[in-house]
Write a protein that binds this ligand. Structure first.
Ligand SMILES: CC(C)(COP(=O)(O)OP(=O)(O)OC[C@H]1O[C@@H](n2cnc3c(N)ncnc32)[C@H](O)[C@@H]1OP(=O)(O)O)[C@@H](O)C(=O)NCCC(=O)NCCS
Length: 169
């Protein structure tokens, strides 16, 4: 709960939430979701999400979060969101690699997927750096925040992850 102010700063930023499924949140709404996140500390059933805070080591400030869902079988879904002051410095990539390590190396997942709203170019570049392959592009694939959007589907398999970490780019 000590991280609430840091979280509220980026959960309340319309630019940060533009391509994520949540609305712009005020402090009270951010607190409500933080309570849920704090209750979910392990992944032991399909459908559960683990949300990890990303701290700047030098200050302890929470600058973003990475999410892993146990979707089904040994499959996961990845998500990430960072405050705008901390974009473009490699922090999201570092944090995403940490949670992918948890997914593949610790939890033994076979496949991790990610979906992106077309137009979210920073996310597409990040997934590319992490080694994800684009598998599909669904034109007007869903209604998102009141409009039809094109959805890009990406995935990374455990052997691709293993090859990647032995040969980092
Ligand atoms: C998606 C998001 C997490 C990407 O963050 P990001 O900061 O661009 O990603 P990275 O941490 O990988 O940073 C890489 C960028 O930093 C640059 N960079 C600068 N210094 C760096 C360093 N020391 N190490 C690595 N990259 C560095 C890279 O060149 C790269 O820039 P580029 O994308 O213009 O080529 C961020 O845009 C975000 O939070 N968006 C809002 C939420 C959102 O849309 N989430 C995704 C929903 S699917």
């Amino acid at each position: 709960m000590d991280d609430l102010d840091d979280l509220a700063r980026f959960h309340g930023d319309p630019e940060v939430v533009r391509y994520v499924p949540w609305p712009v949140r005020d402090r009270a709404a951010t607190e409500e979701t933080l309570r849920t996140k704090l209750e979910q500390t392990v992944l032991d059933e399909h459908g559960q999400w683990l949300v990890l805070a990303v701290e700047l080591r030098s200050t302890g400030t929470v600058i973003g979060e990475v999410l892993l869902k146990w979707a089904s079988d040994r499959q996961g879904e990845l998500g990430f969101a960072f405050g705008r002051d901390h974009h473009g410095q490699g922090y999201a990539a570092e944090a995403a690699r940490a949670i992918l390590g948890l997914a593949f190396d610790d939890l033994g997942f076979h496949r991790v997927s990610a979906t992106v709203v077309e137009g979210n170019d920073a996310s597409v570049r990040l997934l590319g750096r992490l080694g994800f392959r684009q598998e599909a592009r669904h034109v007007d694939g869903e209604v998102f925040k009141g409009s039809w959007i094109t959805v890009l589907h990406f995935a990374l398999l455990e052997d691709e992850w293993t090859a990647r970490i032995s040969r980092p780019s």
